[in-house]
Design a protein around this ligand. Structure first.
Ligand code: PLP
Length: 285
């Protein structure tokens, strides 16, 4: 089946889906994005994703190209046209097309918008979750506003490639004080020896993951102990469990950090239970 992309007002076959060479997303990575999980053909936590999108755009002073309701309709239509059942929908908005000049273009410049959607290997992801993944740690060399979901992802690209070259699936960024901030495309969590779930506070140093947010409801419902605080690499090495969260991985157990087994080296009971329960607390639309 040929894939369809939404590009600036039109649904186009993928080969014909192109953007202008002077789109500021291409020239300056001057844009933001969102990734929403699709499950059973429905969007997961669309409302929260679109609220975060509006915030990212606001922080960068890029105009919302259409109302939230219209954005939702485009997401759903792209999912429908690509017959996505279990996968992701990707949305990118840039500051639009203008003659190359670093400062903002004229106020009338129309934001650029692209939406794509695809199925993921559902069974493959479940198998990965049953095995757990390996992560490595790398210095956090990103800018200070990674709370904005900007398409400027070069440090994340390099970190993920380093992980791949070392046989790992994710890289955890470590700040100058030795604390883990988050993954290259996930939020990072540990379960301490006394059973406390810990993840970095959602300040400007991490992206406030939607999965991370919704997971806090799951944690509360399961009556688990939770602390939003920074944890060190050393604490992670000594944790009982570790896992990552994102819209595409949901809750993914981590079984090795920098080559050292976490706990007994198998996916943790808490991470597995949170993964199982997650969608009971998610919003479908
Ligand atoms: N942190 C970073 C750097 C990310 O890129 C992502 C997702 O892409 C996340 C965290 C997880 O966010 P979410 O749960 O909204 O997918």
């Amino acid at each position: 089946m040929s894939r369809i992309a939404y590009v600036n007002g039109r649904y186009l076959p993928r080969q014909a889906a192109t953007v202008h060479i002077e789109d500021r997303g291409y020239q300056f990575s001057d844009g933001v994005y969102e990734v929403c999980e699709v499950r059973g053909g429905r969007l997961v936590d669309e409302r929260l994703h679109l609220a975060r999108l509006a915030r990212s755009l606001g922080e960068l002073r890029i105009a919302m190209p259409m109302t939230t309701a219209a954005l939702g309709a485009v997401l759903r239509e792209t999912v429908r046209r690509n017959r996505v059942r279990d996968g992701i929908v990707y949305l990118q908005i840039t500051r639009g097309v203008a003659r190359r000049d670093h400062a903002f273009p004229p106020a009338a410049t129309v934001p650029g918008m692209v939406v794509t959607a695809r199925n993921l290997d559902f069974a493959g992801n479940e198998k990965t979750a049953a095995d757990g993944i390996a992560v490595i740690t790398v210095p956090d060399n990103r800018w200070e506003r990674v709370d904005i979901k900007s398409v400027s992802l070069l440090p994340n690209v390099l970190a993920k490639q380093a992980a791949r070259e070392q046989g790992a699936k994710e890289a955890w960024f470590v700040d100058r004080t030795g604390h883990v901030t988050e993954g290259a495309s996930t939020n990072a969590w540990i379960v301490t020896r006394d059973g406390q779930l810990v993840t970095h506070p959602a300040d400007h140093g991490i992206l406030r993951g939607i999965t991370r947010t919704v997971l806090q409801d799951v944690i509360e419902a399961q009556g688990l102990d939770f602390a939003e605080r920074a944890f060190t690499v050393e604490e992670a090495y000594n944790a009982r469990e570790a896992f990552v969260t994102s819209a595409s991985l949901i809750v993914m157990p981590v079984v090795r950090i920098d080559g050292r087994p976490v706990g007994n080296g198998a996916p943790g009971l808490i991470a597995s239970a949170l993964r199982r329960d997650f969608h009971r607390h998610a919003e479908f639309s």
